[in-house]
Design a protein around this ligand. Structure first.
Ligand code: SER
Length: 585
């Protein structure tokens, strides 16, 4: 069964069971500086899991584009991916364990035709925070899974939380038995010998964790996630996702073009190419920080492996991109729409990388000159790391060059330094993720409302050509990108600032209404990213001043927001200005 058929069957099935299909959020979260990429289907839904009302109702389903880069260095083996698609269904305070399990069981066995004998499930074994989940086990038995294939594990396996804090709960996971021989008498779903493959995870999200421990959420939710690539692999009877139709055309092309046969490199190229294309289609651009840096790493790692395969970049890259667009455009029409941009960004990055390599070589030569006066024949690992970290020069290149000069490097030592560095940035990223989920506080909510006021004020002062093209909120400030051809004058900035402050002083009431997207447009609400909205949307109205389609949350009255001050007005890109502003209390 092709991936798109699985996706369609999934969405149809849950539609028939009363769910509303909502669109995938972009890979790059909006209004949220605290997460780098969307990493799970639940992430864009956090406010609703916490109790905010969703305009599409209490039963939702979608396919969600996800990127997880923690394991980027594992890509190349037979299973790891950075980009993947997660199919999900949610109950926002509606059905709970029994119905969720019955639907999962029916979907797997009836819609996908997986024999019951192939399925095992796991449940939460219980601990001091939450009791053993016998109810879930009973539901599985009732659905048709025999007791001997129901396993209980602790928090490590059967508890789900994104990061350190946020909504969470016990989960139940479904496993597919590949039919491979058991690795021993203790072989179980938790074992990673490859016999059992996890296919679906249903989280019974009724807790919230923060630094003080666990508390109960306002409502009991269900959050499920089914990895599409994995399911496709199993249903197509393939050994790895790279053998499925999702990757096959690119993999085959690489095989034709390569002069050296390296399966790992082919997988890395195929995986990173697809991931980069998806990120670029959603607006990502390479840079040296955060998201941009991850995209840069994906593209550069892909290029390095194309080099290893000794494939000519200049001719191959545009072809490979086209092959992927054609293969994936039915699933992701945005790839076809953004094809030119994708090509341009990847090719520009390839050229920059070529320059980096030249610069790195120069730096390398400087270092070698210093060493040539000494006894050693080994390039110290901190230098290898510096070349990598400061100049982007990959250690594999350093190694090749070093051997030309009769020197060695210790890649293991480099790896240690790299790991230490990675650990630091991982902590940073987790911190960010944690922030994202817990980040619905008074300050960010006020900034969100201030963003609406600013948007309308800009339109009033500068004209209706002003459109939001990006927004980013932290506890300290808002940042707002909008279309406008020239620098704002001092007077314009003052006018906008005054207008926003006037609305705050008027203590306008903020109200929210749900309606169809069409009605929202008719009502004059400003809509921002049209393709992101579902059929039903929320419209936030601030007194008589602003009306905008938005998921919320917002303050209830503008009065307490503080004094609005624009701290910066600058160019963001051609035809786009960027404002940073603060609320001072
Ligand atoms: N949030 C859970 C996961 O990512 C289920 O959707 O696996």
């Amino acid at each position: 069964m092709k991936a798109i058929e699985i996706r369609n069957k999934y969405l149809d099935f849950f539609k028939r069971h009363g769910h509303v299909v909502i669109p995938s959020a972009p890979l790059i979260p909006e209004n949220d500086s605290s997460v780098l990429f969307t990493t799970a289907g639940m992430q864009p839904l956090v406010p609703y899991l916490l109790g905010e009302k969703h305009p599409a109702g209490k039963r939702l389903c979608d396919y969600q584009k996800c990127l997880r880069t923690n394991d980027i260095d594992e890509v190349g083996d037979n299973r790891h991916l950075t980009y993947f698609e997660m199919l999900g269904n949610w109950s926002l305070g509606d059905y709970f364990k029994e119905e969720s399990i019955q639907m999962s069981f029916d979907f797997l066995t009836k819609e996908l035709g997986i024999p019951v004998e192939k399925l095992s499930v796991t449940c939460f074994a219980g601990d001091e925070d939450c009791p053993r989940d016998n109810i879930t086990a009973e539901c599985w038995k009732k659905a048709g899974i025999p007791e001997e294939r129901i396993y209980f594990y602790g928090k490590d396996d059967n508890w789900w939380i994104a990061g350190e804090e946020g909504p969470c709960g016990p989960d139940t996971e479904m496993f597919y038995d590949t039919g491979k021989p058991a690795c021993g008498p203790d072989c179980q779903p938790s074992c990673d010998c490859g016999k059992y493959v996890e296919i679906w995870n249903n989280v019974f999200m009724e807790y919230f964790k923060d630094k003080n421990g666990y508390s109960k959420l306002k409502q009991r939710n269900v959050d499920t996630g089914l990895g599409l690539e994995r399911m496709t692999m199993l249903l197509e009877g393939k050994e790895t996702p790279f053998d499925t139709e999702l990757f096959a055309p690119v993999m085959e092309k690489l095989q034709q073009l390569q002069k050296v046969d390296l399966v790992e490199s082919r997988r890395i190229v195929a995986e990173h190419l697809r991931a980069s294309m998806m990120v670029i289609a959603d607006g990502g651009r390479p840079s040296n920080i955060d998201r941009g840096y991850i995209l840069r790493r994906l593209i550069r790692r892909m290029i390095r492996h194309l080099n290893k395969l000794q494939i000519d970049l200049n001719t191959a890259l545009p072809d490979l991109i086209e092959i992927n667009v054609n293969n994936l455009k039915e699933m992701y029409p945005e790839l076809a729409e953004k094809q030119d941009t994708i090509k341009q960004v990847i090719i520009e990055e390839k050229d920059k990388f070529a320059k980096t390599l030249v610069r790195g070589e120069k730096e390398f030569e400087k270092e070698i000159k210093k060493l040539q006066g000494t006894e050693t024949k080994k390039i110290p690992s901190d230098i290898v790391f510096k070349l990598y970290d400061t100049y982007g020069f990959p250690p594999e290149e350093t190694k090749d060059l070093a051997s030309e000069y009769g020197y060695e490097i210790d890649l293991n030592e480099f790896q240690e330094l790299f790991k230490k560095h990675q650990e630091k940035s991982r902590q940073g990223a987790e911190h960010k993720f944690k922030g994202g989920l817990a980040d619905q506080n008074e300050k960010t909510i006020a900034y969100h409302t201030a963003t609406h006021l600013l948007h309308q004020a800009l339109r009033n002062v500068l004209g209706d050509h002003v459109r939001q093209c990006g927004s980013n909120i932290t506890e300290e400030r808002l940042r707002f990108d909008f279309t406008h051809p020239q620098k704002m004058t001092k007077e314009e900035i003052q006018k906008v600032e005054d207008m926003v402050n006037e609305q705050i002083k008027r203590d306008l009431k903020v109200t929210c209404e749900e309606m169809s997207y069409e009605d929202a447009k008719k009502s004059g609400a400003i809509g921002l990213f049209t393709d992101k909205y579902g059929d039903r949307v929320k419209v936030y109205t601030i007194g008589d001043f602003s009306k905008e389609i938005c998921g919320g949350p917002h303050v209830t009255h503008t009065g307490d927001m503080g004094t609005f001050k624009i701290t910066k007005e600058e160019s963001s890109s051609s035809g786009v200005r960027r404002i940073k502003a603060v609320l001072i209390k």
